[in-house]
Design a protein around this ligand. Structure first.
Ligand SMILES: *Cc1c(COP(=O)(O)O)cnc(C)c1O
Length: 429
């Protein structure tokens, strides 16, 4: 038995499913999860000392590559000064100033410890500020696991949602309207019917939790216009795409200003930092100034903030995003070329350092189209790549991530492996 298998068996005895976050369990692709021992640059090593080129990057945070020496040094220095104080620090001020400077729509920001906390708090704030209950989200967008967001569309058009997780009371999701991503007509219909009751619309402006799906410019503009007209708050959940698709996030690319933004993943650089921020008149509703309660023992933790702050410094080097985009596009151009060369329905798309791989003829533009991709082929491809030392997300419905340490030669190795993998899985069919 491999060390990964031994660890997975042990893990299942002490932890439900053997993992601390479900997608890690490989359920949708089958097989044994790799237990990671260490990581450096674009590489990770599993418990059997097998090396992989990593395209998960801890689901986004490792944008500089793993264990960047400057980041590690900053973390060690901060740790030596004490791990947590439960009192404010100068580093938090610097971090907040940096976020406000980098993200166009953020005037004020509050630090939290996870993306889930950021979106949950933004939602409460939007409801508190508008004194309204109803919220709008889109099918296929993930915003963390707060109760009112674990919801799928109701059975009829424009009916309120049903829980997607047991343990969530219907009463908690009955205020959530779930609409189709990239569907402007539905959004207009929803506002026509419920406009004056909608506290906020929450959206991933570049969706990365149903594989990578780009919002259309028109979709986000329609959303901005409707929210303004109806005094509803527009929340961009940029936990994944913030500092990932460009330095100013998706809002910079689309040139649209949300009222609130949720951030996470990259801003922690690998330690638990997330944030939500936006218009200062809305942020003023938060305790201790206003009536919307929100708090955290480890919010703004000094070691985590040192890690995030150093990461934010390094991604501001000139050409950082042009290089990152270039390398990501090299990968997806190579993969698209393979689909054409081998005559299979296989394609890829990239924005900044984020990419999607699809077993379909064309890049999908909606949740329904993503669901039509060939998940069986993905499963085989995933394992054929893993065998060849390429570690992709273990699900056909997750985006992939390239880091600044993925060099041209690393990308070429990946494309060569993908060619072999695609040949292997198409002859097996
Ligand atoms: C990952 C993610 C979250 C949740 O963040 P956690 O830190 O896992 O709680 C929320 N929204 C989006 C868009 C994400 O990708």
């Amino acid at each position: 038995m491999s060390s990964n298998e031994i660890l997975f068996q042990r893990a299942q005895r002490s932890t439900p499913g053997g993992v601390n976050s479900p997608v890690r369990a490989f359920h949708s692709v089958g097989g044994t999860p790799r237990f990671i021992k260490k990581a450096n640059g674009p590489y990770i090593w599993d418990a059997d000392d097998k090396q992989y080129i990593d395209y998960i990057g801890s689901w986004g945070p490792a944008i500089l590559g793993h264990a960047h020496p400057s980041v590690i040094e900053a973390v060690q220095e901060a740790a030596a000064l004490g791990l947590s104080f439960g009192a404010p620090t100068e580093a938090e001020v610097l971090m907040a100033e940096e976020i406000c400077r980098l993200v166009p729509s953020i005037e004020q920001v509050r630090l939290v410890s996870s993306g889930t906390e950021a979106t949950m708090s933004a939602l409460r704030l939007a409801r508190g500020a508008t004194k309204r209950d109803k919220i709008v989200k889109f099918e296929g967008c993930y915003h963390g696991h707060a109760d009112s967001l674990l919801v799928k569309a109701g059975s009829g058009l424009l009916t309120f949602g049903n829980p997607t997780s047991s343990g969530v009371p219907n009463d908690f999701t009955k205020h959530t309207l779930v609409l189709d991503y990239n569907n402007c007509e539905q959004l207009e219909a929803a506002f026509a019917q419920f406009g004056s009751e909608i506290a906020c619309v929450i959206v991933e402006p570049v969706a990365g939790n149903m594989n990578l799906i780009r919002a259309t410019q028109q979709f986000l503009e329609t959303m901005r216009k409707l929210c303004t007209e109806h005094s509803s708050i527009l929340i961009f959940d940029e936990v994944m795409c913030g500092f990932r698709v460009s330095l100013g996030g998706a809002q910079e690319i689309y040139n649209i200003q949300p009222d609130l933004t949720a951030l996470g993943k990259v801003i922690g650089g690998g330690l638990p930092v997330a944030a939500f921020g936006g218009r200062s008149d809305i942020m003023a509703h938060l305790a201790p100034l206003g009536g919307v309660y929100q708090a955290g023992t480890l919010s703004g933790n000094p070691v985590a903030v040192a890690c995030g702050l150093t990461t934010l410094k390094l991604i501001q080097e000139s050409d950082f995003y042009s290089k990152l985009s270039h390398h990501t596009k090299l990968l997806t151009d190579g993969l698209n070329g393979l689909g054409q060369e081998l005559g299979i329905d296989f394609c890829a798309d990239a924005i900044g350092g984020m990419f999607g791989i699809y077993f379909s003829k064309n890049v999908p533009t909606s949740f329904a189209e993503v669901m039509q991709c060939d998940a069986e082929s993905f499963k085989k491809f995933f394992h054929a790549m893993l065998d060849r030392g390429i570690y992709l997300a273990p699900s056909a419905f997750e985006a992939g991530f390239v880091s600044a340490s993925h060099s041209e030669s690393v990308i070429k190795t990946t494309i060569a492996a993908a060619r072999e993998a695609l040949l292997e899985i198409s002859t097996k069919n």
